[in-house]
Write a protein of this length. Structure first.
Length: 237
């Protein structure tokens, strides 16, 4: 049984249908990516999976449980964590306080301390600045903090919305190599990216979204070599 099954999902803002019947699955241990241009419906899909938006129709089954009607905080408790687009860290709280908020449903203090250390091992800069206000971090560092915070709930599924957005090439490589490390540790990841090259190079499976639909699916490798993907998303003529 896949960890996540999405079937014929449709989501609208008023009369505008942003997601028009998409289906895909994520197996435990996989990295699956949704790629596509601005406005294709990727963020809307993640927000719906997290319980932040109500779908018009369709099925979402997570870890064997249908999610429709389940509130967002219960979905987090079931093991789905979302690192949103634009990061949404708390700028006035310290880095360590931001990380602790990611563990707000947990009571195992010792393990939480261990997981904070793990976030510092993944991203040493966060450890060096643990007492500083998170708002003083650069964009790339805030992205690291958002990922670290999402991991603090020990998710079965980690959803990352455009982790490379606005980052320098070096920062982007750092984020991508961290995603590789997390995958090697067995974390299951659903990755939304506009940077198709980076996302496909580490994904087991990928889906191309275009105006609310999945237009093409395959392994990361297949999509990276697909001619239409290369033309549309990898900047080739
Ligand atoms: P991006 O990379 O820009 O986030 P995306 O693929 O994630 O792109 P969505 O943000 O899911 O796309 O947007 C899908 C469609 O829904 C777009 O046409 C967008 O304008 C529309 N949309 C998104 N949020 C809202 C909203 N709050 N109200 C109305 N329409 C919205």
């Amino acid at each position: 049984m896949p960890l996540l099954e999405v079937e014929d999902l449709r989501v609208a803002y008023g009369k505008i249908e942003a997601v028009k019947g998409i289906s895909f699955q994520v197996e435990a241990g996989e990295v699956v990516t949704l790629i596509g241009t601005n406005g294709a419906g990727k963020t809307t899909t993640l927000r719906t999976l997290s319980g932040l938006l109500k779908p018009l129709a369709g099925k979402i089954i997570f870890d064997g449980v249908p999610l429709l009607g389940v509130p967002a905080h219960k979905i987090v408790a079931m093991g789905m964590a979302h690192s949103p687009e634009g990061r949404r860290i708390f700028p006035r709280l310290s880095i360590e306080e931001n990380l602790k908020l990611g563990a707000f449903l947990r009571k195992d203090e010792q393990a939480i301390t261990g997981d904070i250390q793990r976030a510092y091992d993944l991203f040493p800069i966060l450890g060096e600045r643990r007492r500083q206000a998170a708002g003083t971090l650069s964009g790339g560092e805030q992205q690291m903090l958002a990922m670290g915070r999402a991991l603090m709930s020990r998710p079965k599924l980690l959803m990352l919305d455009e982790p490379s957005m606005g980052l320098s090439p070096i920062m982007m490589q750092k984020i991508m190599s961290t995603i590789r490390e997390l995958k090697a540790d067995g974390t299951t990841i659903l990755l939304v990216e506009q940077n198709a090259q980076a996302a496909l190079s580490l994904a087991d499976h990928g889906h191309v979204m275009e105006i609310g639909k999945i237009s093409l699916s395959g392994t990361g490798e297949e999509l990276m070599h697909d001619e239409s993907v290369r033309k549309a998303y990898l900047g080739e003529d």
